[in-house]
Design a binder for this molecule. Structure first.
Ligand code: DX5
Ligand code: ZN
Length: 235
C-alpha cells in the first residue's frame, strides 16, 4: 500500500472542467464552479492538431479571470504549447499543463511557465509510460494523468491508467517530491475513489458535475468519497 505525501496534505482538490458547461453561458459555468466550492477551474485548450477537436482560447481564460477568483488550471492540448505560454499566462492562467508527448524542450517550457509567474504541470496520455516524465518531476507542481484519450468530454474512464498513477506517486515519494497528481476524464463518484486510492489527489471533473442541477452537492459528495479513499501514511 502506498501513501501520498502531497503539498496539499490529504485534501482532495476538485476542479470542474468548463468544457462540459453550456457554451452559451460560459461565465455562468465558471461562477457555478466557484459557488460550488471548487478548488480551481479547469479550462481545456484544443488546437485541432494535438487532438482532433477545437475548443477554447485565451479570450475565454481572460473572461474566467474576470469572473471568478479561484485559480485557473489551463490544459494545453496543443502541438506547439511553447508559442502560447505568454498569452495564456497574461490572460490569467495560474496552472499551465503541457503534454509530455509534444516535440520541443519540455524542461525549458516548464521553467518558462514558472518564470512567467504560473505553476507548471506535465500531462501524460493514457498510453504514455510514467518513466517518460521522471526527469521533469522536480520541475512541476502537478502531474496530470489523462484517464481518457484527450479531445472530448463524456468518455469512459480507463482503469488501465491506475497502476501508472501508483508508480508515479511511489516515484515521487522516493524522491521527496510533493506535486499534485491529477486525473482527467471520466471521473465520477465511482472512479474518483479508485484514482485517489492509487495516489491521485486532484480530480478534474466535467460531465459528472456540470450535468447536475446542484453542483455544490456534487462537489461535496466527490470530496467526501475521494477523501475516504486517500491513502494515509502508516502510523
Ligand atoms: C478531455 C478534457 C477533460 C474533459 C473531461 O480531453 O481534458 O478536461 O473536460 O470531461 P469528462 O469529465 O466529461 O470526462
Ligand atoms: Zn482537461
Amino acid at each position: 500500500m502506498i501513501w501520498a505525501d502531497t503539498s496539499y496534505g490529504d485534501r482532495i482538490l476538485i476542479l470542474p472542467s468548463l468544457l462540459a458547461a453550456d457554451f452559451g453561458r460560459l461565465a455562468d459555468g465558471a461562477k457555478a464552479a466557484e459557488a460550488a466550492g471548487a478548488d480551481a477551474l479547469h479550462i481545456d485548450i484544443m488546437d485541432g492538431h494535438f487532438v482532433p477537436n477545437l475548443s477554447l482560447g485565451p479570450d475565454v481564460v481572460r473572461m474566467a479571470r474576470r469572473t471568478v477568483r479561484i485559480p485557473l488550471s489551463i490544459h494545453l492540448m496543443m502541438t506547439n504549447p511553447g508559442a502560447y505560454l505568454e498569452r495564456f499566462i497574461e490572460a490569467g492562467a495560474d496552472i499551465v499543463l503541457i503534454h509530455i508527448e509534444v516535440d520541443g524542450d519540455i524542461a525549458g517550457m516548464l521553467r518558462r511557465i514558472r518564470e512567467l509567474g504560473a505553476r507548471p504541470g506535465i500531462t501524460l496520455n493514457p498510453a504514455t509510460a510514467a518513466e517518460r516524465v521522471f526527469d521533469c518531476l522536480p520541475l512541476v507542481d502537478e502531474v496530470l494523468c489523462m484517464t481518457v484519450n484527450p479531445g472530448y468530454g463524456g468518455q469512459a474512464f480507463m482503469a488501465e491508467v491506475l497502476p501508472k498513477i501508483a508508480l508515479l506517486r511511489a516515484q515521487m515519494l522516493a524522491r521527496g517530491l510533493t506535486a499534485a497528481i491529477s486525473v482527467d476524464g471520466g471521473i465520477d463518484l465511482t472512479t474518483a475513489p479508485r484514482a485517489v486510492a492509487a495516489g491521485a489527489n486532484a480530480l478534474i471533473v466535467g460531465t459528472a458535475l456540470y450535468r447536475l442541477a446542484d453542483m455544490t452537492a456534487g462537489v461535496m459528495a466527490l470530496r467526501r468519497t475521494a477523501q475516504a479513499a486517500f491513502p494515509r501514511r502508516p502510523a
